[in-house]
Design a protein around this ligand. Structure first.
Ligand code: MN
Length: 209
């Protein structure tokens, strides 16, 4: 006889896959539905599932994500890699919008100009940093005290563990762009800063810094 199917109790899990803030086809033609099926539906989900397995019965079980990222950093290894990747992807989806691109406003615009000289200069430096990240990683706009900075991190690393507030991030792992751009990482980064970037989200993050 077969055992009854148990319903997965999502609430009991430490980490969960967040809902996308838009439909999977909303960023076409820049990012395809197929990329979302794999990147969000498989890669991001796998990090969530793996992290939940790894924290079972440990001090990290039940911790809020941001706290868990910082705590897991001391441990390193697969625990940090999977939790860091959940956090980084959560920020990445929010860093883009179907109405993205354009220019930031208010305090964020002033700080971009003060820190980089101009919006165009920021974009140039952001794309260059993404191109300069050898192998898998991330390129960020962060608030470090009063100043904004561009940061790049390898693998699952995140500026959050260095006390910096992430405002935006672009995923430069090949799985982020290969289906749509093949090896043209620069074109993906340019579309990110010109057409996809969600300045409203960045401004909300800045207000938290
Ligand atoms: Mn990714």
């Amino acid at each position: 006889m077969s055992l009854p199917q148990h319903k997965t109790n999502e609430a009991a899990m430490t980490f969960s896959l967040p809902q996308l803030p838009y439909e999977k086809n909303a960023l076409e033609p820049h990012i395809s539905t197929q990329t979302f099926d794999f990147h969000y539906g498989k890669h991001h989900k796998a990090y969530v599932d793996k992290a939940n397995d790894l924290v079972k019965g440990t001090a990290l079980e039940g911790k809020p994500l941001e706290e868990a990222v910082v705590a897991a950093k001391k441990e390193g290894g697969p625990v940090f890699n999977n939790i860091g990747q959940i956090y980084n992807h959560n920020i990445f989806w929010l860093s883009m919008s179907p109405n993205g691109g354009g220019a930031p406003a208010g305090d964020l615009a002033e700080k971009i100009n003060a820190s980089f000289g101009s919006l165009d200069k920021f974009k140039e430096e952001f794309v260059a940093a993404g191109m300069g990240q050898f192998g898998s990683g991330w390129v960020w706009l962060v608030a470090n005290g009063d100043k904004l900075e561009i940061a790049k991190t390898a693998n699952a690393e995140t500026p959050l563990t260095e006390g910096k507030q992430p405002l935006l991030v672009c995923d430069v792992w090949e799985h982020a762009y290969y289906l749509d751009y093949q090896n043209r990482r620069a074109d993906f980064l340019k579309d990110f800063v010109d057409k996809l970037v969600n300045w409203e989200f960045a401004a909300e993050q800045l207000a938290k810094a």
